[in-house]
Ligand binder design. Structure first.
Ligand code: AMP
Length: 216
């Protein structure tokens, strides 16, 4: 398996990975990162929590962010406030040596004013729950004109929680030319409807379930 160095991530990211003690990419990272660094193709990955999926989408997302541009370039959508905060923390750790990088979390149940203030400072990456993202979009506080990558994390959960309308509103407000990365533990009919509507010739990544070893 290729090392993080061989995959071609920037020095700042490699330094942060080293601080975290990650020795080599997890299987999903080994598949996803080289693909995302070299191609704009949409990606569907079936992956559960615990597989290193946040690094699989987060490391390339950070690598490709233009920090000289303060507009929002990457959007990560996830089902819950807890996951939103966890992803934000992980991305901030991965990106801690990238100067000028700003990552903002927006989610329901917290002050929208504070979140608007944070967005106004310029956030290249926004991590959001769908309801709050749609609200901020409607208020023109979340601007998606320059988005080039969107991650749908735990897409199955977002649909189970009833966020289909929000996802449609958000995905519909983005430029045509963008890469969509969809992560889901299951590939239901409803997920396939999203992939059919919004994704273009997606690459598929499958990794073994994490709990296989535990089961054995
Ligand atoms: P995730 O599936 O993204 O929630 O990650 C699960 C856990 O694995 C987190 O605690 C990560 O910090 C950790 N992790 C992610 N990538 C690696 C790696 N390449 N090596 C070791 N641990 C990792």
């Amino acid at each position: 398996m290729e090392s993080f160095e061989e995959i071609g991530l920037s020095g700042a990211i490699l330094k942060a990975i080293n601080d975290l003690g990650f020795e080599k990419p997890t299987p999903i990272q080994a598949q996803a990162i080289p693909l995302l660094l070299s191609s704009d193709q949409d990606v569907i990955a079936s992956a559960q929590t615990g597989t290193g999926k946040t690094g699989a989408f987060g490391l390339p997302l950070l690598h490709m962010t233009d920090v000289d541009d303060s507009s929002t370039q990457g959007l990560v959508l996830c089902p819950t406030r807890e996951l939103c905060l966890q992803i934000t923390k992980d991305l901030q750790q991965f990106g801690k040596y990238i100067k000028g990088l700003n990552i903002v979390a927006v989610y329901g149940g917290a002050s929208i004013r504070d979140q608007i203030r944070a967005l106004n400072k310029g956030a290249q990456i926004v991590v959001a729950t769908p309801g709050r993202a749609k609200d901020l979009l409607k208020r023109k506080r979340l601007v998606l004109d320059n988005i080039n990558r969107v991650v749908l994390d735990e897409a199955d959960e977002m649909l189970t929680m009833g966020f289909k309308d929000e996802l449609d509103a958000i995905l519909g407000a983005m430029p045509e030319e963008k890469q969509i990365l969809l992560f889901s533990a299951t590939m239901s009919k409803r997920i396939r409807s999203i992939t059919k509507t919004y994704m273009d010739d997606p690459a598929q990544i499958e990794t073994e379930r994490v709990n296989t070893a535990a089961k054995n």
